[in-house]
Design a protein around this ligand. Structure first.
Ligand code: SAM
Length: 188
């Protein structure tokens, strides 16, 4: 990773801690970056960019493999901060920002927009709604990562209960950062 990006991410980490912005952990960030560089997707979707910490990680890997990234959030002013931070990261050219509710925005995407990598980090209680919104928008072989699946078991329960018996996917709960945990799904 570029040195200036490392410095920016370090500043954003400290800012997030000071301002109670629940940015992804270092291990989740690295995991996402590694997955993108292995999978080499064309079109990436992020639900929940907050102030853009995770978005910078995704965009940096996306640029390396020639992918585009769409990101969605419904909270101001962090959404504006995300745009500014991607500008500082010199990665704006990789990202399309969408302001509003993720389920509504995804329903308005062109029907032929198929994602082959998705990172979900929006409201935990809405994970099942997010899954239902993205399910029909996935390319074969798409990789989907849901963050915080072990951190908020009560909130993610409706989604966990549903996805455990879902057909047409492989899934693995990975205990990254012990009590954080991501669910990785690969669409068959
Ligand atoms: C945990 S924070 C995201 C942190 C970010 N991924 C990072 O690591 O820097 C969750 C974000 O999801 C957004 N969010 C929650 N529910 C949403 C929804 N239904 N539509 C759009 N954004 C949503 C919140 O506004 C918040 O900024």
């Amino acid at each position: 990773m570029r040195k200036d990006l490392q410095i920016l991410l370090k500043k954003l980490r400290a800012y997030g801690v000071q301002n109670n912005i629940p940015n992804i952990t270092d291990q989740v960030a690295l995991f996402l970056s590694m997955l993108i560089r292995i999978k080499k997707p064309s079109l990436i979707l992020e639900i929940g960019c907050a102030n853009g910490y995770s978005t910078i990680w995704l965009a940096e890997a996306a640029e390396e493999v020639g992918a585009r990234l769409h990101t969605i959030d419904h909270s101001a002013p962090t959404f504006e901060e995300a745009r500014q931070n991607l500008g500082k990261a010199k990665l704006l050219q990789v990202v399309t920002f969408h302001f509003g509710d993720a389920v509504k925005i995804i329903s308005q995407f062109d029907a032929d927009l198929k994602f082959d990598f998705v990172f979900v980090d929006g409201e935990k209680a809405s994970y099942l709604n997010f899954w239902q919104a993205i399910e029909g928008r996935l390319a074969a072989g798409a990789v989907i990562v849901f963050d915080d699946m072990m951190a908020f078991p009560e909130k993610t329960k409706p989604f966990s209960d549903f996805i455990v018996s879902a057909q047409g996917i492989d899934q693995l709960l990975i205990p990254i950062d012990a009590d954080d945990g991501v669910l990785m799904i690969v669409k068959k």
